[in-house]
Write a protein that binds this ligand. Structure first.
Ligand code: ADP
Ligand code: MG
Length: 470
């Protein structure tokens, strides 16, 4: 297996686990620059993709590589293109493919702390595969809003007084909403406040595979020592215990051993304990002993706050209007929100253009798999708004100030601005010859309404869906 085949195998594996959008965005043009049994260097086409792969996918990449390079301990990334390193393809100095018998322990990779695109040089940055806490997932970097306030407060309390307040702390919520982030933040905070305490973070899959491995290799003593001796035990995605009887049994004993001695346990899951199918009752009841706190999807205001925060964290300046546009479109979760921001900024950096509404619009259609709104005409927007509110288009663009016409009219203005990117004077023209200040006023009003009214947010998303659906 040469480098190319190895990389193809890795890509093949990642492709099934990642969304199509992230896969094509981040893995295009990547290849293995060099690999030995212990070290692998992945080449990526630009600094932006490099940062993103290091931060987000190093763990996945390492796990996939380890199936072929079981002794891999260092994974690094560098910016390079195929042409630049078109050296003769060296055969890999590794024994042939080791089938899949090696457990793919997939530690979450931790990039170094220097961060930032400015520091990107040709020198590859090493990813420490041993540290399982992502340095970016701290309380400082966590935006708090109504949707996660309780979970955040509980996590902070636990980090301040481990083993005493909520034990276990059970955090649950949908994908990409910050469960892993909070679990890591607890780990960081405890390491800082209580350096003498040992912190162990694993995801449930890793616990399971280590357990199975320990059984097979007769090393249960070692396994027990590792897990039953920690002060802080953070287990991510505990729903994956479902239907794994043997692992549940072991987890039960681990839980008891720790809990009895007042060691802190933190669990995350995509649902409440009782809703995890095929989970023993004695476990689901224990999971509810402490505090069960949920994380809900963020509302618009919070999505805006998160985007601002992420942009600032990376030192990017993104205009408010663009932030608002992204927040209005990427609604499902924070991971998606972050993904689209990164893509936007990455694209702008590559092309040396400032992030603008225009670029954001192109990006949203590509990223979220929606229709490219640059091909939608103003008339289509007016027709959709008119039919949604049951108002003839002539009335919508007329000068009549009847109460039931005003808001729909302003919504049309807003959509023409946000979705089609028309200038205020141009919108004035499209809407029956109105003054540009009238348009600015209308757009502003909808913006304010949106910030405070859930119903308005709902109506606009429905309208947008109609627009995108064509
Ligand atoms: P989950 O484990 O719930 O699927 P993650 O913890 O992996 O979600 O979060 C997905 C991404 O969103 C991460 O990059 C994380 O940093 C970010 N994120 C989630 N919640 C917040 C928040 N409240 N503030 C800032 N970033 C967040
Ligand atoms: Mg997670």
């Amino acid at each position: 297996m040469d480098k190319n085949e190895l990389w193809d195998a890795v890509l093949g594996e990642l492709e099934v686990t990642l969304s199509k959008a992230s896969f094509t965005t981040w893995f295009k043009g990547t290849f293995i620059a060099s690999a030995t049994e212990e070290e692998a260097m992945v080449a990526v086409p630009n600094a932006f993709a490099k940062e993103w792969l290091e931060k987000k996918f190093a763990g996945d990449i390492a796990a996939a590589l380890k199936k072929h390079l079981p002794r891999l301990s260092v994974l690094s990334f560098k910016v390079a293109t195929k042409e630049a390193v078109a050296a003769p393809a060296l055969p890999l100095p590794i024994p042939a493919l080791q089938s899949v018998s090696v457990p793919a322990a997939a530690p979450v990779a931790a990039p170094d702390r220097t961060g930032g695109l400015a520091s990107e040089q040709a020198a590859p940055r090493r990813v420490d595969l041993a540290d399982t806490l992502n340095p970016r997932y701290t309380f400082d970097a966590f935006v708090v809003g109504n949707s996660n306030r309780l979970a955040h407060a509980a996590a902070v309390a636990v980090a301040q007084n481990p083993g005493t307040v909520h034990n276990p702390l059970f955090l649950y919520g949908g994908v990409g909403l910050g469960k892993t982030h909070l679990a890591h933040a607890i780990g960081h905070e405890i390491r800082q406040r209580h350096p003498q305490k040992s912190v162990l973070y694993v995801d449930c899959e890793q616990f399971t595979s280590e357990f199975i491995q320990a059984l097979r290799s007769n090393t249960m003593d070692k396994f027990k020592k590792k897990y039953r001796d920690v002060d802080i035990f953070l287990v991510d995605d505990i729903q994956f215990l479902s239907a794994k009887e043997g692992t549940q049994e072991e987890f039960f004993h681990t839980f008891n051993a720790l809990h009895r001695r007042g060691r802190q346990i933190v669990l995350t899951s995509d649902r409440v304990p009782k809703a995890i199918p095929q989970l023993e009752e004695r476990l689901s009841s224990r999971f509810g002993w402490g505090l069960v706190a949920d994380i809900q999807p963020p509302n618009l205001e919070m999505r805006v706050a998160i985007l601002r925060n992420k942009a600032a964290e990376k030192g990017f300046t993104v205009p408010d209007e663009v932030v608002a546009f992204l927040a209005e479109h990427a609604r499902s979760n924070i991971r998606e929100l972050e993904g689209i921001l990164n893509r936007l900024v990455g694209w702008c950096e590559l092309n040396s253009v400032p992030p603008s509404l225009e670029v954001a619009r192109g990006m949203v259609s590509g990223f979220l798999g929606k229709r490219d709104l640059r091909h939608v005409s103003p008339t289509q927007v007016l027709t959709i708004v008119g039919s949604f509110y049951n108002i003839p288009v002539e009335d919508l663009i007329s000068a009549r100030r009847t109460a039931e016409l005003v808001l729909p009219r302003q919504i049309a203005m807003f959509l023409l601005r946000r979705e089609l990117g028309l200038s205020f004077p141009k919108i004035g023209q499209e809407m029956g010859g109105k003054d540009h200040t009238t348009i600015m006023h209308g757009v502003g009003r909808v913006e304010r309404e949106l910030a405070k009214s859930d119903q308005m947010q709902e109506e606009l998303s429905t309208l947008r869906e109609k627009l995108f659906a064509g």
